[in-house]
Design a protein around this ligand. Structure first.
Ligand code: FAD
Length: 443
């Protein structure tokens, strides 16, 4: 069988290596538009700041290593420009030479990811307005940090906050502009307010409920005009106001696209064409609590789907993708903030009845030095079904949210959290953990 894969990073590379592990028989070709395959997108902000000092550490595989280890044909700087579903072929543009060629397939997998949104603000084409998606983008941002001192980051989501933090770590003067009343949409405002306060303490200026109106080129850089008529001077701007699923190829091929703009797939990750599957940021998924169609552009779903789809491509539709909870976490200077499931804003919007518990407690026994306060919120319905949770603190935030995500996956009720037997010794925990207390409080 000949399997073609569009996109060679999280979903695409995972599927390709799994396909090869399952069988040595098939011809597998990966097409990647950028100059790199299987790179660590999630690590990009940390090379900008210098925490990940070696650029090479971000390159998990190369076309050469994919060939020698997995016998995969990975073609970088190769953009798939169209799909001919009748003849089961794709048209590829070699971005080095400009030449076009076709390649036929038995099965096609789309993992083209999501593109940073660039609204049509006047002046947005300025070369110093950058965004961060791939290695090339990261190199451009690093180059700008060598020349510029004043940065404006537009957007207070994961990428905007991570880039802002890393620019501050590099000693830059950074202003972050966010249209909504809070940064970090996956958590409710009382959790985001910890981030607002931390930013102030670190000299990162955050302007909330403020939009960008336009950009003007100045002699040395840019002037950013905001919705409140204020202007900011910047050497460079990082646009991080979210991403949009890369659906152009799928749409042009007549594949069904869902209400969110994501490529529509069934539970086997098969598109409306039975020979074409799709995974990752580009697809619409079912949110596991609300059962609504959503876009959740995160690495775990892309990897999980990549592995699962390989089995379905080879053996027919044997593995179902259940849906996505949307578990996420952000490091912001010394703080961690994490969430899973739905938050209160979403529950209100969806008119889902809920109750909430908020607990503040040290992440380990208070009498052992170094205990850091953590705030945990658990949301549940009148019957006890857990709808979501959020936590903020300096230590142990990931552990608590991961336990709750596991409990949600297993269908445990909020009261069942009392029964979870945690590991305990004073440097790690309390004999009665925040998770257990949430269960007691909900009784
Ligand atoms: P991608 O990994 O983006 O791969 C898609 C690839 O397809 C792209 O490289 C693109 O060039 C290529 N492509 C698109 N169209 C074509 C075409 N027509 N022809 C050829 N190639 C094409 N997620 C987390 O869960 N945690 C994090 O901490 C986190 N941090 C992140 C930090 C940054 C800076 C970024 C950008 C993302 C981060 N993510 C994080 C998100 C995570 O990286 C994505 O969810 C994941 O990579 C999606 O996988 P994918 O395969 O769908 O798309």
């Amino acid at each position: 069988m000949k399997i073609l894969i569009v996109g060679g990073v999280a979903g695409g590379a995972t599927a390709a290596t799994r396909l090869r592990r399952l069988s040595e028989e098939n011809q597998i070709i990966i097409f990647e538009r950028s100059g790199y395959v299987s790179f660590a997108n999630c690590g990009l902000p940390y090379h900008i700041g210098g925490t990940i000092s070696q650029r090479d550490k971000l390159l998990l595989q190369t076309p050469q290593s994919l060939k020698s280890r997995y016998n995969l044909d990975a073609r970088v700087r190769s953009e798939v420009v169209s799909i001919d579903r009748v003849n089961k072929s794709i048209e590829v543009k070699n971005l080095e030479t400009g030449a076009h060629y076709t390649e036929t397939y038995d099965k096609l997998l789309l993992s083209p990811g999501a593109d940073p949104i660039r609204p049509a603000f006047p002046g947005v084409q300025h070369p110093k307005i950058l965004s961060l998606r791939n290695i090339e983008d990261m190199d451009r941002i690093i180059e700008s940090t060598k020349q510029e001192n004043d940065f404006v980051v537009v957007g207070g989501g994961f990428i905007g906050l991570e880039v802002a933090e890393n620019l501050i770590e590099k000693g830059k003067n950074v202003t972050l502009v966010e249209l909504s009343p809070q940064v970090m949409a996956p958590v409710d405002i009382e959790f985001a307010s910890f981030l607002h306060e931390k930013a102030r303490g670190k000299g990162l200026k955050i302007l909330l409920q403020t939009g960008v109106e336009r950009f003007n080129a100045t002699g040395e850089g840019l002037e950013v005009t905001l919705s409140n008529a204020q202007t900011l001077q910047a050497g460079a701007v990082i646009l991080a106001i979210g991403v949009r699923p890369e659906n152009t190829l799928a749409k042009a091929a007549g594949l069904a696209v869902g209400v969110t703009g994501g490529i529509e797939v069934n539970r086997y990750l098969q598109t409306s064409d039975p020979d074409i599957y799709a995974v990752g940021d580009a697809i619409e998924v079912k949110q596991l609590v609300s059962e609504q169609p959503v876009l959740i552009p995160l690495a775990w779903p892309a990897n999980r789907q990549g592995r699962l789809v390989a089995d379905n491509l080879l053996y027919g539709n044997t593995h179902e993708y259940q849906g996505t909870l949307g578990s996420s976490i952000l490091k912001f200077f010394e703080l961690s903030v994490a969430a899973t499931g739905l938050n209160e804003k979403m529950l209100k919007k969806l008119h889902i009845p809920y109750q909430s518990i908020i607990i503040t407690k040290g992440h380990h026994a208070g009498y052992y030095p170094g205990a850091k306060d953590m705030v945990l919120k658990v949301l549940f319905d009148p019957k006890g079904a857990i709808l979501g949770a959020q936590a903020v603190g300096e230590e142990g935030v990931d552990k608590r949210i991961d336990i709750i995500a596991t409990a949600m996956h297993a269908g445990l009720k909020v009261q069942d959290l009392q029964e979870i037997e945690i590991t305990y010794a004073p440097p790690f925990n309390s004999a009665k953990d925040l998770i257990n207390i949430a269960g007691y409080a909900a009784e």
